[in-house]
Write a protein that binds this ligand. Sequence first.
Ligand code: ATP
Length: 216
Amino acid sequence: MIGLFGGTFDPVHSGHLRAALDVVQQLRLTELRLLPLAAAVHRRQPIASASQRMAMLEAAIRDEPCLIADDRELKRGGPSYTVDTLESFRDELGAEPPICLLVGADAFAAFGDWHRPLDILALAHLVVMQRPGAVTARDPWTRDQVSQRRVREPDGLRSEPSGRIYFATVTQLDISATRIRRLIINGESPRYLLPDSVLQLALQGGCYTQSNADGA
Ligand code: ATP
């Protein structure tokens, strides 16, 4: 069973990485693809360039063979709709193999507002990762989906290709890319919140500076 984990990754940090590995181990995933988005749909646009974010991601996961950086959303360009990405994986893998789409609890809280959420559930399972401070979904539609589709054990995801929702317990690391960017812009160190190799690339590449700090 494979997993997909999309994000801005601006930059990738230990909150993403530890949660990713927790899910790989709990669900016994054969691989987890990390997919940086090209253009955000519901939030401000990334600050670092696509190639900088991809290079930072590749550096972060170099020594972890089950984590794979996947640049299909960057290559496709334009707004990165999850449903398009899932369709491209279905074209490659066929209809049968289960696909698990990982989302943070904060992202899941707005799932009802995503582009074609029912089509997403027809293409993949959702694995919701608890995140410090994240609220649970409050809108009735999303709550209804959870009550109809929730499985309590990860093995419940293996018997079908898509359509189930599983809440995974992941290490609670209160780390955000926003905080890391702010620390760098203010000339402070974000060390230990992200891999040293990622920090080095961010600093060398001048990814986060006062001049590109608008909205950082
Ligand atoms: P920003 O601060 O720029 O909004 P972010 O730290 O939230 O960025 P994203 O790349 O936007 O990082 O997140 C991608 C996905 O990872 C989202 O589904 C988000 O909920 C999840 N995520 C981010 N940080 C954590 C964390 N510390 N623990 C668990 N999940 C996380």
